[in-house]
Ligand binder design. Structure first.
Ligand code: GDP
Ligand code: MG
Length: 442
């Protein structure tokens, strides 16, 4: 996605505003890019249509490029699409004890692991008494897996009885949960490698016995086009109430999230972030959106820029950066902007490649009042010195520090910072027009 989009940006930055053609061209690329992030074709198509309607005719904020503007619109729409009703995220209906929760999905998707993770969460965060039961009669090892996890997290499991059917186990789980005064009982069903009729019929029977409060579809976040097929089948036949995406700790793009939302309209409640029992998090739509688009934090950078930077200013800076120039005048301008925009760390942290510089500055005891002193130091330099900071030898340094009412070590720190930034600008400049964005997109 990154390469495609930056290609589009290069085209767009040459123009002034978002015309209908601009948007169309950009979104054609976005659509292809979504497909590369494993979003299913019809979903990508619908999404792009929705964005097109929103984007066309929108004015471009002065201080950002049309390309950046498109990113923000695409991103915002994606977040909106993924989020749905915020109240559903991270929430499970577990009133009227014992509340049954049915876990469904393909084999290896992470059902058993996620069942235990959820049980642990319900126990620890909501103080619920939970009973877990494995309905995987095909693999004794799977039943044993749930029992071991239960022991590990201190959650009871239904005693294993050989030779029972899933329906029989469900009845026994319901009975034990009722008699034993449990708040919740969780049914971990068996999966198959792909959707089949026997599996669905079996899960239907279990559903009819338990009448679950929640039916959670557990899907491997690394699956692509298949995710849609899985979601359609489970939602169509069983009726799901929510989705949990696992393996989001992997390096998949998370396109499945968008597909699942679009096909089922059901909330994505949690994401799995590892094999450990506490590697389960509430779903964060912004994070997944950023991941699908691969944009890093550029969107928030654009937002801040929209509020504070003046267009001419930004453009002038950009031109200088592209030429690889960065002297004390530029630094002063940057410092003044940072003052306005709420601090060096937040701004630099958002610019790829600058996170390290930001943390170094912080380590050196940096705080906001430093801006003022640094600007005072620069003001105490002559014109010639500002444009050519390499001229600053011991005697000049003493004079400048004295003029600002400060000490030479502080001036040395400022010089170091200027050199670091100049180096970075040179690197960015070498990447040519739109280089900064390209860097950001990666
Ligand atoms: P099931 O067949 O659907 O019950 O899947 P399991 O719960 O047995 O999980 C299959 C494998 O995926 C196991 O090795 C799990 O440890 C692993 N797994 C489950 N969830 C996650 C996750 O969020 N991240 C990672 N990295 N691995 C996971
Ligand atoms: Mg299992």
């Amino acid at each position: 996605l990154s390469d495609r989009l930056s290609g589009v940006f290069d085209k767009l930055t040459k123009q002034g505003a978002l015309s209908e053609d601009d948007v169309k061209t950009a979104l054609r690329e976005v659509r292809v890019a979504l497909l590369e992030a494993d979003v299913s074709l019809p979903v990508a198509r619908d999404f792009v249509k929705a964005v097109e309607a929103k984007a066309t005719g929108q004015s471009v904020t002065k201080s950002v490029t049309p390309g950046q503007q498109v990113v923000k619109i695409v991103h915002d729409e994606l977040v909106h699409f993924l989020a749905g009703d915020e109240a559903d995220i991270g929430a499970l209906k577990v009133d009227n004890p014992p509340a049954p929760i049915l876990m469904v999905g393909l084999q290896g998707g992470g059902k058993t692991t996620t069942t235990a993770k959820l049980a642990k969460r319900l126990k620890e965060k909501q103080g619920k008494r939970v009973l877990m039961a494995s309905l995987d009669v095909y693999r004794p090892a799977a039943m044993e897996q749930l029992r071991v996890l239960g022991e590990q997290i201190g959650v009871d499991t239904l005693p294993i009885v050989a030779g029972e059917s899933p329906a029989q186990i469900t009845k026994r789980a319901k009975q034990m949960a009722t008699m034993g005064g449990y708040d919740v009982y969780m049914l971990d069903t068996a999966g198959r490698l792909s959707i089949d009729d026997t599996l669905m019929a079996e899960v239907e029977a279990v559903r009819d016995i338990a009448t679950p409060r929640e039916t959670i579809l557990v899907v491997d976040g690394l699956t692509g086009q298949d995710a849609v097929h899985t979601a359609e089948n489970f939602d169509g036949r069983i009726g799901i109430t929510g989705v949990i995406l696992t393996r989001m700790d992997g390096d998949g793009r998370g396109g499945a999230a968008l597909s699942m939302r679009a096909v089922t309209g059901k909330p994505i409640k949690f994401v799995g972030l590892g094999e450990k029992m506490d590697a389960l998090e509430e779903f964060h739509p912004e994070r997944i959106a950023g991941r699908i688009l691969g944009m890093g934090d550029i969107v928030s950078l654009v937002e801040k820029a929209q509020e504070t930077i003046e267009a001419e200013h930004a453009e002038r800076m950009m031109k200088r950066f592209q030429k690889g120039r960065f002297n004390m005048n530029d630094l002063k301008m940057q410092l003044e902007q940072m003052q306005k925009m709420g601090g060096m760390e937040s701004i630099m942290g958002m610019m790829p490649g600058m996170k390290k510089a930001a943390s170094q500055i912080k380590e050196s005891g940096f705080d906001e009042s430093v801006f003022k002193r640094q600007i005072a130091l620069i003001q105490s330099m002559t014109k010639l010195e500002r444009a050519n900071p390499q001229l600053l030898q011991a005697s000049r340094k003493k004079r400048i520090a004295k003029g600002a009412g400060l000490e030479v070590p502080e001036l040395n720190q400022l010089l170091k910072m200027q050199r670091q930034m100049a180096d970075m600008m040179k690197k960015m400049g070498k990447m040519g027009k739109g280089g900064m964005l390209k860097q950001a997109v990666k």
